[in-house]
Write a protein that binds this ligand. Structure first.
Ligand code: GH3
Ligand code: MG
Ligand code: MG
Ligand code: MG
Length: 306
């Protein structure tokens, strides 16, 4: 366990209040202090703050203004803010919560209350951060193929129609490649399933590393079948890319004695380039590409079918 100490920013225009609050909290938390709203914003911008204790009545920027600015900034919108103030009016309290504060403590306060409430909000905040990280991780897992680490079929089904629709709006060309390992059953039968898995990993790495632009995407669509959505305004360039890819696969030089077209692992490809406006749906473009892949297989494998 690391002994992580959260950092609290105390904001108050009166030194005496800063001193009292610091004394109460300093054993359990790192403390930063600001004597004005402006200084508080500077500190939040330049450091990692886990909670803000915020006075309301301050010259220039008051606490409400500071809170509003914090809640409108991407960096600080999730930092819990607790108002600590002499304003005990219910309307002030309501306004504090409306500004996005998580709590409102009136002066004079009891040190135990301060400690308990700060602790509760810090814990909630840290749990929230953990939850967000966890959600991001789950989202990534849900779109990734577990063996090869490229996108999975679920993501393909979800994203390809969106890419086609966006290309329709921009009147663009869509290039799609299907890539299928040649005689992979033979490979498994002769070298074993585990070696086969290793081929799939190397194969996918080769496809991924051939894609240099963020818009190009690689998917594992079935056992030993992969798909690439390739951005190109030019069919000839896409074909050049497909041939380079085909050669890079063979150049991995993964021994495959039972492959009919080479002594190494190879793949056959189907490539289609269509104006997005001419594409009805993903089933149609998939079928057309699959037919070209089938032609490549029939014509001897280790070939790009166009
Ligand atoms: P072709 O050249 O016509 O594509 O022949 P092929 O043998 O590659 O095609 P086929 O569809 O007959 O066989 C595909 C093989 O892929 C069968 C299956 O055992 C293997 N396979 C599918 N998924 C995996 C996997 O996750 N790991 C391993 N090791 N093999 C897999
Ligand atoms: Mg004040
Ligand atoms: Mg195959
Ligand atoms: Mg196949």
């Amino acid at each position: 366990m690391t002994d992580f100490k959260p950092t609290i920013l105390i904001v108050d225009d009166m030194q005496v209040n800063l001193t009292i609050l610091s004394e109460i909290l300093k054993n359990k938390y790192h403390i930063k202090i600001a004597k004005s709203g402006k200084k508080a914003l500077e500190i939040v911008e330049n450091s990692n703050i886990d909670l803000v204790l915020l006075d309301i009545v301050m010259p220039e920027l008051d606490g409400y203004e500071v809170c509003k600015i914090l809640k409108n900034s991407e960096k600080s919108k999730d930092i819990p803010v607790i108002f600590v103030t002499a304003n005990s009016d219910a309307c002030d309290e309501e306004k504090g919560f409306l500004m996005g504060a998580v709590d409102y403590i009136t002066k004079p306060f009891n040190p135990t209350t301060i400690l308990a409430r700060v602790k509760a909000h810090i814990n909630l905040h840290l749990k929230q951060i953990e939850l967000e990280k966890y959600i991001l991780m789950i989202e990534k897992i849900s779109i990734t193929d577990g063996l090869t680490n490229v996108y999975n079929r679920r993501h393909f089904n979800d994203i390809f129609p969106k890419i086609i629709n966006s290309a329709k709006r921009n009147d663009e060309l869509i290039c799609f490649l299907l890539i299928d390992i040649d005689h992979f059953k033979q490979y498994n039968d002769n070298y074993g399933h585990q070696m086969g898995d290793e081929v799939l990993i190397k194969f996918a790495d080769c496809l991924k590393s051939s894609l240099k632009r963020v818009d190009d995407m690689c998917f594992r669509l079935g056992g030993e079948e992969f798909g690439i959505i390739y951005k190109s305004e030019d069919k000839q360039k896409a074909l050049e890319f497909a041939n380079i890819l085909k050669n890079s696969i063979e150049n991995l030089k993964i021994e495959h004695k039972y492959n009919s077209s080479s002594k190494y692992v190879t793949a056959s490809l189907g490539l289609i380039c269509r104006h997005a406006r001419d594409i009805k749906n993903i089933d149609e473009i998939y079928k057309q590409t699959d037919d070209l892949l089938y032609e490549a297989k029939k014509s001897g494998r280790n070939i790009v079918g166009v």
